[in-house]
Design a binder for this molecule. Sequence first.
Ligand code: AMP
Length: 271
Amino acid sequence: MRVILLGPPGAGKGTQAQRLVEKYGIVQLSTGDMLRAAVAASTPVGLRAKDIMTRGELVPDEVVVAIIADRIAQRDAANGFVLDGFPRTVAQAEALDRLLASKGLKLDAVINLKVDHDILLRRIETRVAQMRARREAVRADDNPEALKKRLSAYHSQTAPLAAYYRGKGLLKSTDGMAVIDDVTAAIERLLAGVGEAIPQGGRGLTQRERRPVRAGKTRKKAASRKRADAKRAGGRRSGRKRLARGGSVKSAARKGARRRTTRLKAKRRRG
Ligand code: AMP
């Protein structure tokens, strides 16, 4: 399952992405989180992005596209992913299309969380004020000035993505202002029957094992296939190699003796 969550800052993309992670065993790829980690670690990307982010503006496309390309190439993303905060411009969406096409992958759906911007802005301002009152850490870009910039960047640069994905037949919209559990339920309905519904246990399996784990197929089947593969691979190994790979001394000796006997018998038959 490869999904994009689309929606302005504060629409609840992060919360819903987490729930998709739990339900489908996919990974959450949040460019905002990755950039904040880069800023905290003072990496070259972080140093480049820091001030841009504090102002509430968008980091250059090539920077975020490179981050996402790296991340999608990692093994844990092979089961699928939910993109949260990426793409944010049409250029990023086009780069993502090229990236996925080069890997023979495709997107399954784009979930658009529809919100009322005035209500959203008031909600975020209230939440930030409450956090400050409780002396909790507040993001550098969670101030009224930067928030307005982030929302305006969303309007001008990200909102056109809805039309972009509608044109590709991928857009599915839901009310992002509903209570969190209702939004989750709506998203699950929208995703029912979309892509590969890989259950939690699909994580960590190889490509070959993952393929059959679709709706209707069980985790048990994948596990038994994995055991069968392991057995086949083990069967081809010599006793010595088995031992080196952690097999028991007894089984390695048995295996080695069996092979020696077979070879001896064949030799005798040949005369
Ligand atoms: P977020 O946590 O998604 O609200 O992102 C926080 C900030 O990181 C944004 O205001 C941008 O400055 C930057 N950012 C995150 N994702 C992207 C992206 N896809 N393109 C450009 N800038 C981004």
